[in-house]
Design a protein around this ligand. Structure first.
Ligand code: MOS
Length: 747
């Protein structure tokens, strides 16, 4: 057999997706189902003084209108823990307080979606309104630092050396404030849940979730059920990007309504409802100071970030974390602060922390390189971190130097002119920019099972999720390679709590965590198959040593004499057993204490800026990454490109606009919430370098779901400066921000 791992094999779920046969959550056929529609608060802060539901209740087809007045009380609600990111405080109709606009305040359930929508329109609500606190310019003095920052549980602050002293020593200094806007996740598939009860103690949820097991735990906790009595099913997802990581209010509301009605309930969140209760990327304000000697040696770096959170829950957008480890600098300090606001709780959005943080940090490094009149790659190489200075650990592997080199060559960086606004083609100002990408390589305990069927095919299962990223495909490859069979002989099933326990698909950890579990399960099954053959008197391999037996091409054979062997199917058929099964478990060990683990990369952008209109086009984007063992060249490229394209989105388009008077999102739809369309995405090239990592996990794979977006934004904004001579420090870089007084100076 040729190697299967790494090969660009087609997405296994591709044909089902393009023929419409892959059921997304809302599409599961459930008999006797009812349909729920949420009613959302139209104010951001206050109390409901009256909620009139009679007209809705009398509307044809309406079965139930649930509000805080008649909703079942949840005894466990008080115990809602804030300790875990998957334990966000939920709004489940327990009282009349309104904490943000678009908070669910009622659920209308009817025989059809249309009847439920009509009913929802008929609910009349009166509020006692308070002025929402939604500061668009959080000031560092107003915020506070919680002990821990983000999903990785890093401390909120860090310090080494003396930044003030380091800045005093510097020959060149910069200090700037960089701002990133609110961004709202908009996967093509909105959140959806189907709740089906089997008696009062057993619940099945079809849920669009990135974590079937975290969902199970959370729902069981809130509803007072045994976890094993809550089954969560999520076979296909139309994207998630972090928004489907935590369990949100609508899941519990669907379950409560279904219980009350004693019928299944289908609930799908509408696109406008996506803006508010399901998380979003917090707005950040990043203050960055840095200093360097004439030769480019960094003497100090400070990166302080403040972001908004909700009034009832803490979320830290960890934009300062990269500044702790990305460069070799003796004096380094970071502070993460949050400020409360009357908005829903922010959440993880693709490369949470690093997306916003590498924008600020890598724009600041570009500015300092300009101060020094130094090439930005040369400047970065001068300050290349050979170890993780904050953790005082070696890297498990790091190929950033090669990424700079390969990326620069591929891009044609040597043609870059340092002088801003010095290259022009007709009416287009042309600029080149680059930046560094970085994302932690995470891993959590995971499990999988593997079976050999009597026909010689394999069934491998793990509870995990496929967000559209390629989980089905790469897990199949890991197993097939281990069994020595073509990929079409292996069926891999996921997305069900009946399968072995796996972690949430977040933090780019699925390939490393569940891939390692599949690898372990496949290895354990291979051993079992070999044992079965060598202890079976009817097998040609009888009494051989286990180390002398191999599996390949669907056969089991003697290594010393490959003609001696038999098809895998024969062993099982002789035994009369329907299948042979083995479990695999994989968890991180002490390597995390010994090594610092990250994927790195370098991104290069060419932008064309219209000299009259200030419209920016990203003509080319090249990214080169060092992300360990690449398990599938096709799905990997797709993940990296997706991330890089999101960098275009962050640099130029995305901006969830808040009306401060009402505390609500104004552009809560895909017409006005801009993301790049095909016409905006020109040439994108995602490359990687060969990288072997002996320490990280058995597969040597680093996650690639998120690194593509990091550094991408800064490469583009740095290119915009190179093209125009104008540094815009608040995203997105829209034409109005470029066409100010400075622009006119040039004309
Ligand atoms: Mo990702 S934002 O960690 O799902």
């Amino acid at each position: 057999m040729e190697d299967i791992l790494g090969k660009p094999i087609d997405r296994i779920d591709g044909p089902l997706k393009v023929t419409g046969k892959a059921p997304y959550t809302f599409e599961h056929r459930i008999s006797n189902s009812t349909y729920a529609v949420l009613v959302m608060s139209t104010v951001a802060r206050g109390r409901i003084t009256s909620i009139e539901t009679r007209a809705a209740e009398r509307s044809p087809g309406v079965l139930l209108v649930m509000t805080h007045l008649n909703s079942p009380k949840l005894p466990t609600l008080q115990s809602q823990k804030k300790s875990s990111p998957t334990s966000r405080v939920l709004q489940v109709l327990q009282d009349n307080t309104v904490l943000y606009r678009n908070q669910p305040i009622a659920v209308v359930v009817a025989e059809t979606v249309e009847a439920a929508q009509e009913g929802a329109h008929l609910v009349r609500v009166q509020y006692e309104v308070q002025k929402p606190r939604v500061s668009l310019a959080p000031r560092a003095s107003e915020g506070y630092s919680p002990a821990k920052a983000g999903g990785g549980g890093d401390p909120s602050t860090s310090a080494r050396g003396d930044v003030k002293l380091g800045l005093d020593e510097a020959d060149a200094r910069i200090e700037h404030v960089y701002e990133t806007p609110f961004e709202v996740h908009n996967p093509m598939e909105p959140h959806a849940t189907i709740a089906v009860w089997d008696g009062p103690e057993k619940l099945t949820l079809y849920d669009a979730t990135q974590g079937v097991f975290s969902d199970q735990t959370r729902v069981a906790e809130l509803l007072g059920l045994q976890a094993q009595n809550v089954r969560v099913i999520s076979p296909y997802l139309g994207g998630g990007f972090g928004s489907k990581g935590p369990t949100w209010s609508h899941v519990i509301l669907a379950a409560l309504a279904a219980k009350q009605l004693n019928r299944p309930v289908k609930l799908e969140v509408t696109r406008p409802q996506m803006f508010g209760m399901l998380g979003y990327r917090a707005k950040t304000q990043q203050t960055i100071s840095a200093g360097a000697k004439k030769d480019g040696t960094l003497t100090a770096l400070r990166h302080d970030t403040i972001n908004n959170t909700s009034s009832f829950d803490e979320f830290v957008e960890t934009a300062s974390l990269s500044a702790r480890m990305l460069y070799s600098v003796p004096n380094d300090s970071t502070v993460q602060k949050i400020i409360k606001s009357d908005l829903g709780t922010p959440s993880f959005m693709r490369a949470p922390g690093e997306s916003s943080g590498t924008y600020g940090l890598e724009a600041a490094m570009d500015e300092l390189a300009y101060e020094l009149k130094m090439d930005p790659i040369e400047f970065r190489l001068k300050n290349y971190a050979e170890t993780d200075q904050q953790e005082n650990k070696p890297w498990s592997s790091k190929s950033l130097r090669q990424c700079y080199k390969v990326g620069a060559e591929h891009f044609g960086w040597e043609k870059r002119k340092m002088e801003p606004r010095s290259v022009r083609n007709g009416n287009q100002l042309i600029g080149y920019g680059m930046a560094t990408s970085v994302y932690p390589s995470r891993r959590s305990p995971s499990n999988a099972s593997a079976r050999l069927n009597s026909d010689g095919t394999f069934l491998v299962t793990a509870g995990t999720q496929d967000l559209g990223t390629g989980t089905y495909t790469i897990m199949t490859q890991v197993a097939a390679e281990s069994f020595g069979v073509p990929a079409d002989r292996v069926k891999f099933l996921l997305g069900d709590t009946r399968f072995p326990k796996t972690p949430v698909s977040g933090g780019s950890q699925t390939a490393a965590s569940t891939g390692s579990a599949v690898y372990a399960a496949a290895g354990a099954l291979r051993e079992k198959i070999i044992q079965m053959a060598i202890s079976d008197a009817k097998s040609p391999l009888y009494n051989l040593g286990a180390q002398d037996v191999a599996l390949d091409n669907g056969r089991i054979y003697s290594k010393s004499n490959s003609s001696k062997g038999e098809p895998l199917s024969q062993i099982l058929q002789r035994s009369g057993r329907p299948y042979l099964e083995a479990m695999g478990e994989a968890k991180p060990g002490s390597e995390k204490e010994q090594y610092s683990m990250y994927a790195f990369g370098a991104q290069f952008a060419e932008v064309h800026v219209d000299a009259d209109l200030g419209v920016v086009t990203v003509a080319r984007l090249v990214g080169c990454f060092g992300a360990g063992n690449i398990l599938n060249a096709k799905t990997a490229r797709s993940q990296l490109m997706g991330g890089m394209i999101w960098g275009i989105s962050m640099a130029l388009y995305e901006d969830a606009m808040l009306d401060q008077r009402v505390g609500g999102w104004v552009n809560n739809n895909l017409a006005e919430y801009h993301v790049p369309v095909n016409a905006d995405v020109r040439q994108i090239e995602a490359l990687w370098v060969e990288e072997e990592d002996q320490h990280i996990n058995p597969l040597g794979a680093k996650g690639i779901g998120e690194i593509g977006i990091t550094g991408s934004t800064a490469a583009i904004t740095n290119a915009i400066f190179n093209a125009t001579g104008i540094r815009v420090r608040n995203l997105p870089v829209t034409p109005d921000k470029l066409l100010g007084p400075k622009w006119n100076q040039f004309s």
